[in-house]
Write a protein that binds this ligand. Structure first.
Ligand code: SF4
Length: 648
């Protein structure tokens, strides 16, 4: 069906009848119409959907009514789970459309029965880590009853647990059809269910792995799809860069050597030649580590000492020898697989060494537990376009932040689809009455040593008026630390609870913020997006500086260098639009509902003093801009009083 979806979204329609509290939103119907057209015409569409449109239902309704097989990809696991467990079933029921639905995650999320068996046999090795064998016992007990094998069912198993890689598989270590557990394999069960489903919910990592035929991807998800809808699509280009790059890690090598030992034990084989080859690999690795400048950190390839680079071929040869020794064992599928993995590791090390200088950035990252060699290509747009064009179906990219003003060219160029149809649908919220944008006057330049204190000083009247209820969002950890100190100095006995990123995991901190109802949270990084606090618990969102990404980040360097090499201007083509989108994300934390209200503070004077400030201003919500803190404080007092009286 392609139409205006009035029958579905209208107040006489099935959604109004079946969803409690449902309200008709013309913006939602408009987006559904555009998505429906893209599906019918099998074309690409980029949609920026402002907060509050209800974009999830706006793409799910046409997807369900189209009767086509659709892949929905999300940026986060939270949204993936929400779509699978709540939104799609709810909507399918409301529309009276039974749908075959599947959730597919990457391999690393599913129990691998074969590796669990190996790990159990090797229990004494794992026992070196406190609690590891207890965890293994718990997993084994759960393994006997789980239907999906999805490790998220074990809610208290930390993702950083060292047991995790021992009970999950990678593309390299999976034995596939030769595995004794193949007929009961959760990974392959999930994959079969996905192939038989009409709607498959995946995440961008898996989708891109599938496109690039890499790692956890299966390479057979996409051929059957008639439409791909990517929500939280602003994350796609960065995730794509990871997949189109190359990574070689010592951890992979160590896990191969552990697995080889385990497979030999399981096969009852003792092979002194293999042990000698492993010792040679370990020695080469030690020498390599010793050739790096001491301490953790990232080292660009061009700055690596010759001694390090000269040792790489030696390591490569020793891994190749190990592959040969394992291959010669003839001890079954397990050791044969280890031989293949060793061969692949040696080959990918050779590939990394041979990468042409002009195609991307290579660097080495060293930390106490490992060593990572990484290559990130300068450009991914062409490759992404090739992949998309090779699958002629509908491709819908949507997010709340894709455009700079009305201009989608930055995002469209990054995904290699500059000629796609685009659509921007503004939020239905009334930003003119719900919010104010406060630009404190006389702020110093961001690099001024007094900036943090002046920023807190500028926010203070608002924090006093709102009695806390604020996010103070920083663009760097250093800024955050300075902000924490400045807040302490300005409010030695703060009249509100103060929470700081790092005191607890992100979700726990956010729950605490919601429970307290009047806290001030100081944070950076991940708190700028995907955070939803409704009601008066969040009435001030204060952003210290314009969020230009750190020039020290090697990924960013790679991209900027790529633009420079093709004669472009990295600042205007990349840094500026990225910062505008990031600011939109941060500002978007304030108004999450029709009843929300508050003040957005932006401390960076460049918003008004630099010519490019106009671009940022044009991308902010259409709220009145004020430069008088008293006006902002008055607005907050009034709105809070009304909220307390009426609940809105
Ligand atoms: S087929 Fe692969 S993932 Fe499945 S149990 Fe065997 S090794 Fe593990």
């Amino acid at each position: 069906m392609v139409g205006d979806y009035k029958d579905v979204f209208g107040m006489d329609g099935p959604l109004a009848r079946s969803l409690p509290g449902y309200a008709y939103r013309p913006e939602q119907a408009a987006m559904a119409k555009a998505v429906g057209l893209a599906l019918a015409r099998s074309e690409a569409l980029i949609v920026e959907a402002g907060t509050g449109i209800g974009k999830t239902f706006a793409y799910l309704v046409p997807a369900l009514l189209s009767g086509r097989s659709v892949i929905i990809s999300t940026g986060t696991r939270t949204l993936q789970d929400q779509l699978f467990h709540r939104d799609v079933p709810l909507l399918a029921k409301g529309l009276g459309l039974p749908v075959k639905l599947a959730l597919l995650k990457g391999r690393a999320n599913y129990l691998c029965r074969h590796r669990l068996e190996l790990a159990t046999q090797q229990g004494t090795l794992l026992g070196e880590e406190r609690g590891a064998s207890r965890t293994l016992t718990r997993i084994s007990r759960w393994a006997a009853s789980t239907k999906t094998g999805d490790l998220s069912e074990l809610t208290d198993l930390p993702e950083q647990s060292s047991v995790w890689p021992s009970v999950t598989s990678t593309r390299e270590n999976c034995l596939g059809q030769q595995c004794p557990q193949f007929s009961r394999c959760h990974v392959f069960d999930a994959r079969r269910a996905a192939q038989a489903a009409e709607i498959v919910v995946v995440n961008h990592h898996l989708l891109l792995a599938d496109l690039a035929l890499k790692d956890e991807g299966f390479g057979d998800l996409l051929p059957g799809a008639e439409a791909v809808i990517l929500d939280e699509a602003h994350q796609v280009p960065d995730i794509a860069a990871q997949f189109f790059g190359q990574t070689w890690s010592v951890r992979q090598l160590q896990s191969l050597m552990r697995d080889s030992a385990a497979e030999m034990t399981a096969a009852g084989v003792r092979a002194p030649a293999v042990s000698a080859a492993m010792t040679a690999v370990e020695t080469a690795l030690e020498e390599l580590r010793g050739a790096l400048p001491s301490g953790a950190g990232r080292h660009e390839w061009a700055q690596l000492p010759d001694a390090f680079l000269d040792l790489l071929p030696e390591l490569e040869t020793s891994i190749g020898d190990l592959a040969g020794q394992l291959d010669g064992l003839g001890a079954g599928a397990g050791t044969a697989n280890c031989a293949r993995r060793a061969g692949t590791l040696a080959a990918s090390l050779a590939d990394l060494r041979a990468v042409p200088e002009e195609s991307g950035l290579r660097w080495v990252e060293a930390n106490p537990s490992g060593l990572l060699l990484q290559f990130t290509p300068f450009e991914i747009a062409d490759r992404l376009r090739e992949y998309v064009e090779a699958r002629p179906c509908a491709w819908v990219f949507t997010s709340a932040t894709l455009a700079i003003g009305d201009d989608f060219s930055h995002f469209a160029a990054r995904i290699g689809l500059p000629d796609s149809r685009t659509l921007r649908i503004d939020s239905p919220f009334d930003y003119r009455t719900q919010a104010r944008i406060y630009l404190p006057p006389k702020m110093p330049e961001p690099q001024n040593p007094n900036f943090a204190a002046r920023f807190i000083e500028a926010c203070a009247p608002l924090l006093e008026a709102s009695g806390g209820r604020a996010f103070l969002l920083y663009t760097s950890y250093r800024g955050l630390a300075e902000g924490v100190a400045a807040l302490k100095e300005r409010f030695p006995n703060p009249p509100f609870p103060v929470l700081v990123q790092g005191q607890a995991p992100r979700e726990a901190l956010l729950n605490r913020f919601r429970e307290l109802g009047n806290a001030v949270l100081l944070a950076t990084g991940s708190f700028w997006e995907g955070v939803d606090v409704k009601g008066d618990a969040l009435s001030v969102v204060a952003i210290d500086k314009l969020p230009f990404a750190s020039p020290d980040d090697p990924l960013l360097k790679a991209r900027l260098e790529g633009i420079r090499r093709r004669g472009g201007n990295p600042f205007f083509e990349y840094q500026l639009p990225q910062a505008v989108l990031a600011l939109k994300q941060g500002v978007g934390r304030l108004i999450r509902d029709v009843e929300d209200f508050g003040v957005i503070v932006i401390g960076d004077p460049r918003l008004r003093t630099k010519a490019y400030g106009r671009l940022f201003m044009e991308s902010l919500p259409p709220s009145p801009v004020i430069t008088d803190a008293a006006e902002g404080a008055e607005f907050l007092r009034e709105r809070l009083a009304t909220f307390r009286r009426t609940g809105s």
